[in-house]
Design a protein around this ligand. Sequence first.
Ligand SMILES: Cc1cc2nc3c(=O)[nH]c(=O)nc-3n(C[C@H](O)[C@H](O)[C@H](O)COP(=O)(O)OP(=O)(O)OC[C@H]3O[C@@H](n4cnc5c(N)ncnc54)[C@H](O)[C@@H]3O)c2cc1C
Length: 421
Amino acid sequence: MKTIVLGSGIIGTTTAYFLAKAGHEVHVIERQPEAAMETSFGNGGVLHTSEVEPWSRPGMPRAVLSWIGKEDAPMLLRLGALPSMWQWGLDFIRNCSLERYRRAAAVNLRLANHTLSLMPAVRAETQFPYDLMQNGTLKVYTRREAFDTNVAESERQRGEGLVFEAVDARRCVEIEPALAPIRDTLAGGIYAPLDEHGDCHKFAVGLRKHCSDKLGVTFHFNTEIRRIVRSGDRITGVETNKGSMNGDAYIAALASYAPALLRPLGVRVSIYPAKGVTVTVPDTAWPDGPKVPIIDDTRLFGLIRLGNRYRCSGSVEFNGWDTTPSESRAQAIVNNVISVFPEFAKCYDKASAKVWAGLRPMPSSGNPYVGATPVKNLYLNCGHGHLGWTLACGSSQLVADVVSGKQPAIDMTGLTLATHQ
Ligand SMILES: Cc1cc2nc3c(=O)[nH]c(=O)nc-3n(C[C@H](O)[C@H](O)[C@H](O)COP(=O)(O)OP(=O)(O)OC[C@H]3O[C@@H](n4cnc5c(N)ncnc54)[C@H](O)[C@@H]3O)c2cc1C
């Protein structure tokens, strides 16, 4: 069966891998010259079962409105984006009930755990380096109330498969000694020992090479998809800047660009780009910094060690499809990191730090779209929001099951277009 994957971010690349393993003849169409050059290039790097909650949560719409115009707000809505996002915004507000929030978190957790269960076999087969570390993640809290609320929510998720430890300040420092100087400010932490991290871009490129060299996948780079062609209840081809391509089945792994290409086919997905920023610096000037990824749930940043670099991430900005990193947003992240870890300043040189921005393909429900559509040979694997690296192998393996006509490896309720909330 000739199967065409549209897009080669982390999602399209892992989709190609699992399809090839299932025996498909796989072609991948990608506008960039290599895999994972857009959102999957410089992300936060963590596969975190401990961060699966959707952003659509009770109280969020009011908070976002109160942050309008505040350059250093954790989530910044630019007014110019409103005309292109009102429909998504209404969907997002509808999903902010406690019931929907919890349901979406449970769906993501199921899928994140599926990814973690698949990673060892992928690594054993492919054997390329990608700065992998398997030492969990530690979310830290300075406010007692926020800590207690999050521990209660995590306790509830324990029944749904979350493995975690609620820890006091002393144990936070035991897990990550770099926290010692701020021990007295910590109300506590949530440690997820099974979480792992690594460079998503390196992983995608390694997997792309493995797919090309060992599994016979053909990557068509520098190829822009202009239109997906539907005839009756089937897709008959894809028009690109290099001519038409056709196959038996098509998988849309087009992230924030999926809605525009799917809408003319009568397939509606509620995804909008949420820009985020990372800042990457060499770790040489601060060798004793954290080795366990730290997620500061009060100041809303992540700090991880990727090989011999530190990467800090954070910031959400709704500003359409613009990928320019905002200097003020990057500086706000750095300031937050330095306020907790003053020694980070030793590594940070504004002129040489690598500042990057990417567009999280944010689904209004908090869950990605995975699997079949009403168009018989069109399948979805898009809208992974802030969790694309965490969910990639799980959702791609499921898509390969569905396209191959196999019983999916895990329950797909909440992921398919038909069951999406
Ligand atoms: C600041 C930041 C931090 C993050 N941190 C984490 C984290 O720690 N852990 C985690 O799990 N996730 C994280 N994420 C989210 C994660 O990066 C995304 O969910 C993931 O990269 C999405 O992958 P994708 O393949 O769907 O999208 P992409 O990587 O954007 O891939 C889509 C591909 O489709 C191609 N494409 C689009 N339109 C066309 C067209 N018309 N023709 C041809 N090709 C096309 C694009 O070129 C692109 O390569 C973070 C994101 C950001 C921005």
